[in-house]
Design a protein around this ligand. Structure first.
Ligand code: ADP
Ligand code: MG
Length: 269
């Protein structure tokens, strides 16, 4: 259903993504890992057509989405919702209106200007918030919520689009371990219960291992690993992160499982 063929992105002399290829034949939960600057965000943004690819093809059910323009491009973007590290909500707007923004692509400009939403959509938005355990916050301003709650609002907004694929760019990088766990579990549930594909950029190994069916490792713009969490051994991880002998798993951990701080946290991210 999704196939990347030699997808490349250059920014001037810098190749952010170099001939990335992989294919996915059924909805999976995929984690993309790698250190900062490895090309993870650029890869995700190309899949969502936020950044045009320099070369290569991204085939979705046989159609190359890198060639889409105008209404066709917007239509694809509505099928592949994006979630960002910084939530990207409208802070002063109430939670339910933020979620209803997920329907923008299919509403008229006028209705949008006057914040007019069909009652069915409002009911659906509240149902989605309820599913994510935050319905009680529906009338509050988004800025009044904790980071973890705001990220779940962003997930609700994505679900409002009824997407085939959810692309999440470092969805838990700004969250504490407890909230990181809630957000990852929400994404996992959406994948399992709705059969949606989830592709999440994660900079930590333990999260990818725990929640994903498949892990893709990137290093300096290239895919250097593509396998199951079980195949992601410490040696493989060392290769992905390009660390020397002092590499330690602790440096790439969100410490989801062990909530206590570890001593040797040298940032390798
Ligand atoms: N808009 C841009 N203009 C120029 N260079 C960029 C741009 N976006 C990303 N890059 C470069 O592309 C490389 C990969 O970046 P990115 O995809 O953000 O990596 P990651 O998400 O893994 O940290 C980096 O060298 C980064 O500086
Ligand atoms: Mg990034």
């Amino acid at each position: 259903m999704l196939q990347l063929q030699a997808v490349t992105k250059t920014f001037g002399a810098n190749t952010a993504v170099h001939a990335a290829s992989f294919s996915v034949d059924r909805p999976m939960m995929i984690g993309i890992i790698g250190s900062s600057g490895a090309g993870k965000s650029t890869l995700l943004r190309m899949m969502n057509c936020l950044t045009p690819a320099s070369s290569g093809e991204i085939l979705v059910n046989g159609r190359d989405i890198t060639k889409l323009r105008g209404a066709e491009k917007r239509d694809w973007q509505s099928h592949c919702a994006m979630i960002f590290q910084q939530f990207n909500l409208v802070p002063r707007l109430d939670v339910v209106s933020n979620v209803l923004h997920g329907t923008l692509n299919r509403r008229s400009t006028l209705a949008t200007m006057f914040n007019l939403y069909p009652e069915d959509d409002i009911i659906r938005a509240i149902d989605i918030l309820d599913r994510l355990g935050i319905a009680e916050h529906a009338p509050k301003r988004a800025e009044a919520l904790s980071g973890g709650q705001q990220q779940r609002v962003a997930i609700a907004r994505a679900l409002m689009q009824d997407p085939t694929i959810i692309l999440a760019d470092e969805p838990i990088a700004s969250l504490d371990p407890m909230n990181a766990q809630l957000v990852m579990q929400a994404l996992r549930d959406i994948h399992e219960q709705d059969g949606r594909m989830v592709i999440a950029n994660l900079h930590t190994l333990d999260t990818a291992r725990r929640y994903c069916d498949r892990v893709i490792g990137m290093r300096q713009g290239r895919i250097v690993f593509d396998g199951t969490p079980a195949q992601l051994t410490t040696g493989v991880a060392r290769d992905i992160y390009g660390a020397d002998a002092s590499f330690s798993e602790a440096t790439t951990s969100t410490q989801i499982e062990t909530l206590s701080a570890r001593p040797e946290t040298v940032a390798a991210q």
